[in-house]
Design a protein around this ligand. Structure first.
Ligand SMILES: *[C@@H]1O[C@H](CO)[C@@H](O)[C@H](O)[C@H]1NC(C)=O
Ligand SMILES: *[C@@H]1O[C@H](CO)[C@@H](O)[C@H](O)[C@H]1NC(C)=O
Ligand SMILES: *[C@@H]1O[C@H](CO)[C@@H](O)[C@H](O)[C@H]1NC(C)=O
Ligand SMILES: *[C@@H]1O[C@H](CO)[C@@H](O)[C@H](O)[C@H]1NC(C)=O
Ligand SMILES: *[C@@H]1O[C@H](CO)[C@@H](O)[C@H](O)[C@H]1NC(C)=O
Ligand SMILES: *[C@@H]1O[C@H](CO)[C@@H](O)[C@H](O)[C@H]1NC(C)=O
Ligand SMILES: *[C@@H]1O[C@H](CO)[C@@H](O)[C@H](O)[C@H]1NC(C)=O
Length: 427
């Protein structure tokens, strides 16, 4: 565990050194990094890549015949977020008839691309648009589709002073308000994946006035209680939290922003002609749970073009606290709790306030989310309409967006549930 942690730090700092030196005066270290970078870029030009690898979000949607819109919102605390909208499916046009809305919230270290990268046959957002929905993809602070009115993510550490709490408390309400005003629908389906579910639970417990506007809350791999999660990252986090806080504190590291290094490494090492391609899914599954047969290797370069996106270190600490304490509650500031919350312990998120229907899907081989913890959450949610433990034994955390057979395994039944609570206009 310690060793894995030290390796992570080394990789990260070498990346920081590279990007720092890029701008500074010439020196040997910079020249070396520049040389390696250019060599990798040159190699990347000659390897067989999936044609979607270098497409941005509008190009990807347009390529497959979907409309693309972007909408900017500013939160109470100054974060500017770009939402992406797919107003209708392929080869359709907007009619005067309102379409029912599905509001989608991505995972940690992700962006709206996570629901799109796998194309029209497999991506949740494109499939929902084809099912007759008006699809809104929310992006929360810290990823490449966000910025700030006064703070600079590259210079101001205050920019990164957030965990999933602020995303649920500020970002989602601002985005939902905008969407409701724009579409004029009375209610919508909230669909979250991974940390997107955590933020959705924070949103509805901290802002209960929105609960009645949610016709269905669909949770893919719900992350709330984490005391039983046993994967590599959760263990690394909970067993080394002091060491991590000390090291990152000394190094002044507050975030891991999106870096073009990963897409480049993805192209060079994970392409279809690469002799080490098999190592790529191995590394991913080491983190999320082993399910190699469900990895579509051809799509790895597309997946890695947009993941991982920006993450704040405070998000990791908050998860670390949840894993250690077993509670689902606000950030623990230690002695600072008294000033912030007026109590020694941070307040818990009271999920019994979430009276809207909740449908949840979870896997048996999810290194982040233990079935015991999900079932603990269900006991407290007053209106669980679907709680589906997926049959496939090896179903892991990322399979909800990456599995080859995800449509048959999850999405088809999810669509049936959404249709029941938020019926599309077309039959
Ligand atoms: C995608 O790239 C195209 C071509 O460079 C550009 O015109 C478009 O604005 C980009 N879309 C987004 C959402 O950045
Ligand atoms: C939204 O903000 C981004 C930058 O944060 C900008 O590039 C884009 O043009 C804005 N889009 C709209 C529709 O205002
Ligand atoms: C959409 O239209 C294009 C071109 O007209 C056609 O090739 C494609 O099959 C259509 N797709 C669907 C889902 O109808
Ligand atoms: C959602 O809004 C529609 C359209 O206004 C309405 O018919 C339906 O009863 C509402 N559903 C809920 C659960 O509020
Ligand atoms: C694991 O889950 C069980 C059942 O919900 C719960 O009682 C227990 O406290 C959890 N363990 C930890 C360490 O949180
Ligand atoms: C993997 O993705 C590619 C590209 O989208 C697709 O053509 C192929 O059928 C997928 N492979 C499997 C095994 O489903
Ligand atoms: C949690 O919310 C429920 C429903 O609103 C309420 O009855 C209960 O008292 C709350 N619990 C706490 C600890 O605040």
């Amino acid at each position: 565990m310690r060793l894995a942690f030290v390796i992570c730090i080394l990789c990260y700092t070498s990346d920081v050194v590279r990007s720092d030196n890029y701008a500074k005066d010439n020196n040997d270290v910079e020249k070396l990094f520049e040389f390696v970078w250019e060599a990798l870029e040159a190699i990347a030009k000659f390897v067989p890549l999936h044609p979607d690898t270098d497409l941005n979000i509008s190009q990807l949607l347009n390529k497959y015949g979907y409309p693309f819109e972007e909408h900017n919102v500013t939160t109470e605390d100054g974060h500017i977020l770009t939402m992406h909208r797919i107003a209708h499916g392929r080869n359709e046009t907007i009619t005067e008839k309102k379409r029912p809305v599905v509001f989608m919230k991505h995972c940690v270290a992700c962006s709206s691309m996570i629901f799109l990268y796998s194309g029209p046959e497999n991506s949740l957002a494109m499939l929902l648009a084809d099912q007759g929905y008006d699809v809104w993809l929310c992006n929360t602070r810290g990823n490449i589709y966000t910025s700030h009115t006064t703070l600079d993510p590259n210079k101001d550490s205050d920019y990164w002073d957030f965990s999933f709490h602020e995303k649920g408390y500020y970002d989602i309400p601002a985005s939902v308000d905008y969407m409701l005003k724009y579409t004029k629908v009375d209610n919508f389906t909230f669909l979250g994946f991974s940390q997107g579910t955590t933020e959705g639970l924070v949103f509805t417990t901290m802002r209960p006035e929105y609960v009645e506007k949610i016709n269905l809350m669909a949770l893919l791999s719900p992350v709330a209680y984490m005391g039983n999660s046993s994967g590599l990252i959760p263990r690394l986090l909970s067993e080394n939290q002091e060491l991590i806080e000390l090291t990152f504190g000394l190094l002044g590291i507050h975030s891991v922003p999106f870096t073009p290094l990963i897409p480049l490494l993805g192209k060079v090492f994970c392409n279809d002609a690469s002799s080490v391609q098999d190592v790529c899914p191995l590394i991913m599954d080491f983190i999320v749970g082993f399910d190699l047969p469900q990895v579509n290797k051809t799509l790895l370069t597309v997946f890695l073009a947009s993941s991982p996106d920006g993450i704040s270190i405070k998000e990791l600490y908050h998860f670390g606290q949840e894993i250690r304490s077993g509670y689902f509650r606000q950030y623990d500031y230690g002695v600072g709790n008294l000033i912030r919350y007026g109590s020694l312990e941070p307040p818990s998120y009271n999920v019994s306030k979430i009276t809207c229907p909740v449908a949840a899907y979870y896997g048996k081989n999810d290194f982040f989310v233990a079935t015991k913890d999900v079932e603990h959450l269900f006991q407290q949610l007053p209106n669980v309409v679907v709680s589906h433990l997926l049959e496939y034994e090896a179903f892991n955390h990322l399979d909800f967006v990456t599995a080859i057979d995800v449509k048959a395994m999850v999405y088809d039944m999810l669509f049936e549930t959404i249709k029941k609570f938020n019926p599309p206009n077309k039959s």
